[in-house]
Design a protein around this ligand. Structure first.
Ligand SMILES: O=C(O)c1ccccc1N[C@@H]1O[C@H](COP(=O)(O)O)[C@@H](O)[C@H]1O
Length: 208
């Protein structure tokens, strides 16, 4: 199972977390979020992250030009589109060579909606719907994903904490390709607890 650590903001913390070798690291480019990186994080910090870690920019209803400008400036290889972005925008960003993760609302029609994004994004991400768009620390009812029969692999997200590792390893009826973790691993807003992350990552990877 792939592991994405999201909401990284501060240089020292980014270096420490990258040493745990997550598969993806996420950076928030949504101004209302407390994890918004522009103005705090230098692009060079992201550039120095080892190349095997996919660097993902999280955007909410930003325009194509803005997304391309920021992905280039901050040396990102992937975008996570966390608003109501269209399949057309996903396709255009994919054609620019970016990996595209589209966040979708988990509900009864998730397979139908997912179909629209099938050819135009690399991965889906199911997260708890909220007015803030994400980063709430709230779980949704994972059983909604039992009916998912789409072809696009998906990440499970929303309020996942260290205590969920065992459940995640033993999932039977849903098959996420990865998990996205964020606010439940913060010591204080925007700062990740490296030791808690290590425990979670080791459990998921079967190292303990
Ligand atoms: O983290 C944020 O502040 C954020 C803001 C706007 C859109 C997405 C955001 N983060 C994403 O939210 C999910 C779930 O986070 P949490 O575990 O519930 O805190 C995660 O995918 C982040 O990528």
């Amino acid at each position: 199972m792939l592991i994405k650590v999201c909401g990284m903001k501060h240089a020292k913390n980014i270096v420490e977390v990258s040493e745990l070798n997550p598969d993806l690291m996420g950076f928030i480019f949504y101004p209302p979020s407390p994890r918004y990186v522009v103005g705090t994080l230098l692009p060079e910090t992201i550039k120095e992250i080892p190349s095997n870690i996919i660097k993902t920019g999280v955007f909410v209803n930003a325009g194509k030009k803005e997304i391309l400008k920021l992905t280039e400036l901050f040396h990102l290889n992937a975008v996570q589109l966390h608003g109501s972005e269209t399949p057309q925008l996903c396709s255009e960003l994919k054609n620019e060579g970016l990996k595209v993760l589209k966040a979708l609302r988990p509900d009864d029609s998730l397979s139908i909606l997912a179909q629209e994004y099938h050819d135009v994004c690399d991965m889906l991400l199911f997260d708890t719907p909220s007015p803030q768009h994400g980063g709430t620390g709230q779980k949704f009812d994972w059983s909604l994903l039992e009916s998912y029969n789409g072809k696009t692999p998906f990440f499970l997200s929303g309020g996942i904490g260290v205590e969920d590792a065992e459940t995640l390893k033993n999932l039977e009826n849903i098959h996420p390709m990865g998990v996205d973790i964020n606010s439940k691993f913060e010591i204080e807003p925007e700062l990740k607890d490296v030791s808690r992350l290590k425990t979670f990552i080791n459990k998921i990877r079967g190292c303990v």
